[in-house]
Design a binder for this molecule. Structure first.
Ligand code: COA
Length: 425
């Protein structure tokens, strides 16, 4: 076997971003992912944020590589029969519909289990059981209710969402781990099980250091937060920490040469305690290495802002890459703020397959992010996303084994035809 998940077949009932992130990962690892889409428009992201007329959007193509697409109206009686056949021939059903949708379609857990007791049913919802269980949720809502927004931004500014899609893609990652765990469990239990991940829970899991700080707060001020040195009192909840490091080694984003015109001429600089004497040498403050006010990490905590201002006077004289090349050999941890343009052009990311150029029959070539998880014996290749319904016939005949007459019956039933015109069209 070349691929780690070869032989695993996924009924991909996902849409938008969170679910497709999960099934794309499984597809990269070699699972046969069959994306079931509504006839007519399919996944709503096919037509959202379109940059090329009539071509699937980058939003869709970048989340649906290596999958096959079948269009099927699963509310049509014949469509339901086809869905039943798919449930019987797949190992995992993945969905991120709004709460109750699958039940309304007639496919609750008991029904699926009776059709295929080995099936794993993996679901993403916005919230777990509780007062908000029935709510529809998108990325930024998850960031807000999972503790990310209240702890992101500057202490004197409003709550802020982050560009990293921790609510959607972060939840998709969690779900993928749940699925492979359930697949492993099935190897000895012989049974499928439900895998449920709530977006709120996933975001909170990624924000656990902030819940750590919430509890530390009851034992005194958070000394590594810049507001401690600035004399600003702490409130009852973990505050926003600006660009402070989330760990025990203070860090901040500092201007570099060219910052006046380049919005990304900055570097993240960490004053890691073991290399403090080297930092003092590099920035032209050798006396700080022995001065009792600066020599020990604890003594520095009440003046972090002024220390970073002094370091910035030095970084402003160098480009971000010059700072890197001076600091790296000295083991001083730092990282340039890379723009998306710089990342897109980065040849080392291309060489590892993390940034990949893909060809598409309608839109032409585009860049995408490849599989960030590298397996030594199971290399991922990135194949373009499917066109809407591209594999309908292939799946009906080769996977489900329908003959010509059955195929005609399915077609005549209208199960492959659009029922409603989607608003986005
Ligand atoms: N054939 C027929 N009907 C289909 C279908 C198919 N192949 N695929 C989907 N549908 C129908 C569903 O049955 C449902 O109909 P119903 O409401 O009459 O039962 C309908 O499409 C819409 O599903 P829904 O999930 O409610 O879509 P939405 O666009 O209104 O909501 C979300 C989108 C993302 C807000 C919602 O799906 C959600 O909260 N998902 C869970 C959390 C999540 O993943 N959010 C992040 C998304 S990135």
């Amino acid at each position: 076997m070349d691929k780690a998940l070869e032989g695993v077949r996924i009924l991909d009932f996902t849409h938008v971003q969170s679910g497709p992130t999960c099934t794309q990962l499984l597809a990269w690892f070699g699972a046969d992912v069959i994306k079931v889409e509504r006839p007519g428009g399919g996944d709503v992201t096919r037509s959202q944020l379109r940059d090329v007329p009539d071509a699937d959007s980058l939003y869709f193509t970048m989340l649906n590589h290596n999958k096959r697409s079948i269009t099927l109206d699963t509310k049509n009686p014949k469509g339901k029969e086809v869905l039943e056949a798919l449930i019987k021939s797949c190992d995992v059903l993945v969905e991120n519909f709004a709460p109750g949708v699958l039940d309304r379609m007639g496919f609750d857990w008991n029904r699926i289990q009776s059709l295929n007791p080995r099936m794993i049913v993996a679901s993403i919802k916005g919230f777990g059981p509780g007062p908000f269980a029935d709510c529809k949720v998108y990325e930024n809502v998850a960031q807000c209710v999972g503790g990310s927004a209240s702890t992101t931004g500057f202490s004197d500014g409003p709550p802020t969402v982050t560009g990293a899609q921790i609510g959607d893609s972060g939840t998709g990652l969690h779900l993928a781990l749940g699925i492979v765990t359930a697949l492993y469990h099935r190897t000895h239990s012989g049974r499928g099980q439900k895998v449920s991940v709530a977006m709120q829970d996933s975001v909170l899991n990624l924000c656990r250091v902030k819940l750590r700080d919430q509890q530390r707060l009851s034992h005194g001020p958070l000394k590594e937060y810049p507001q401690f040195g600035e004399g600003k009192p702490f409130g009852e909840a973990t505050p926003r920490a600006g660009n402070a490091s989330g760990g025990g080694q203070p860090g901040w984003i500092l201007k570099c040469k060219g910052w006046e015109t380049d919005p990304n001429a900055y570097i993240y600089f960490i004053t890691q305690a073991p290399v403090w004497p080297k930092i003092c040498q590099v920035i032209g403050k050798p006396e700080w290495a022995t001065d009792p006010e600066y020599a020990k990490a604890d003594a520095r905590l009440n003046k972090l802002s002024s220390i970073f201002n002094t370091i910035e006077e030095w970084t402003k004289t160098k480009t971000k890459f010059e700072v890197m090349s001076i600091c790296n050999p000295l083991d001083i941890p730092c990282g340039p703020i890379l723009s998306m343009k710089e990342i897109a052009e980065d040849q080392s990311l291309r060489a590892t397959g993390t940034v990949v150029e893909v060809d598409h029959p309608v839109r032409g070539s585009y860049l995408t992010v490849g599989n960030p998880i590298k397996l030594s014996d199971s290399k991922s290749e990135v194949r373009r996303s499917p066109l809407l319904g591209e594999h309908t016939d292939e799946i009906l005949t080769k996977v489900l084994g329908y003959n010509e007459q059955e195929l005609t019956e399915i077609r005549d039933s209208g199960a492959l035809e659009p029922v409603i015109k989607q608003a986005a069209e």
